[in-house]
Ligand binder design. Structure first.
Ligand code: AVI
Length: 310
């Protein structure tokens, strides 16, 4: 019996579906993570800069909202990478512990080392896990638990799954807990489209890397350059979609299975939902959180929500 491989199962399910999809987690091997880091520096990709402005301007107020009257808090960050954003919050919190969860051991080690040096009084715990799968919180000192989910990654879940994911975080932080969540806001359609199809072609390389990852990891046979990158804005669903559209027909093998991809057929690789302030408050409410407050950048492109367990 072979070990279960949830990523491969999701890939095979997606390629068997109509229309075909691929799971966005496929983006993030070492090459894809480096490409994503480049995306966050691009002129066209505004969310990272806009969110940084929110933390720089409103970090103390945000921290005060989620810490409330607690004199000790533990910050818990699923998908922390190297924990760079946590620093912006930890510096304003009475933190006694920080828990980072990520699949990348390299990022965890670098991040844990840096945070331990910068915050010597904070117990830093690194957990190697894919936060989409169940993971266990370690024993922590008594403290209010605050979940931290920045970067607008919540937009990569369908709204019903976003509710489910946030409800899971609500369980983790418990009845006296809180959460800080970064949310990209709905805006001009062309600004959104170009954010996911930058002129430098970095996002196109990031999207195609999903197929290169499949070829490398599972010996799949995608002709990667035979796919065009497309970013499409679905106004009704309030989301940006990323697609890989086959320039010509391909017969592809993945883990012993064959898939026919016709010319012009799309592999739908990602959704990025964009919210308005009330819409996200409602998602949070359905997950068992109440909105304590929110802060935006000066151009109101991005919001960071402070949520309390209700
Ligand atoms: C990780 N996530 C928040 C990014 C986003 O904006 O949805 C992933 C991304 N995809 C293309 N560019 C960036």
């Amino acid at each position: 019996m072979t070990d279960p491989d949830p990523l491969l199962d999701a890939v095979l399910r997606g390629l068997s579906a109509e229309p075909k999809t691929l799971p966005p987690t496929l983006f993030y091997d070492d090459v894809g993570s480096a490409l994503f880091d480049r995306i966050t520096t691009l002129d066209a990709y505004y969310p990272t800069r806009a969110e940084a402005l929110v933390f720089d301007e409103h970090g103390p107020a945000l921290a005060a909202l989620v810490a409330g009257d607690a004199d000790a808090v533990a910050l818990i960050e699923p998908g922390c990478g190297s924990g760079g954003k946590a620093e912006k919050l930890l510096q304003h919190l009475p933190a006694v512990a920080y828990v980072g969860v990520d699949v990348s051991v390299e990022a965890l080690i670098g991040g844990a080392g840096r945070l331990s040096l910068r915050f010597p009084g904070v117990q830093v715990v690194a957990i190697e896990a894919d936060y989409h799968q169940p993971w266990a919180l370690p024993e922590l000192p008594p403290a209010r638990k605050i979940a931290f989910f920045p970067g607008s990654t919540i937009g990569n879940f369908d709204p019903a799954d976003a509710v489910g994911f946030l409800a899971g975080l609500r369980e983790v932080v418990g009845p006296s807990g809180a959460a800080v969540v970064g949310v990209d806001l709905w805006k001009d359609v062309e600004v959104l489209r170009v954010a996911y199809d930058d002129p430098e072609g970095v996002t196109a390389a990031f999207n195609r890397n999903a197929l290169r990852h499949l070829n490398r990891r599972y010996g799949a046979t995608f002709d990667v350059d035979g796919f065009a990158h497309e970013s499409r804005v679905d106004v009704d669903r309030r989301r940006v979609e990323m697609h890989l559209v086959a320039r010509g027909a391909q017969d592809v093998r993945v883990a012993g299975r064959r898939f026919r991809i016709e010319a012009g057929e799309s592999l739908h690789t990602e959704n990025a939902y964009k919210y308005d302030l009330d819409g996200f408050s409602d998602v949070a409410r359905q997950a068992g959180f109440r909105t304590l407050g929110w802060f935006t950048d000066p151009d109101v492109r991005f919001a960071v929500f402070a949520l309390g367990a209700s």
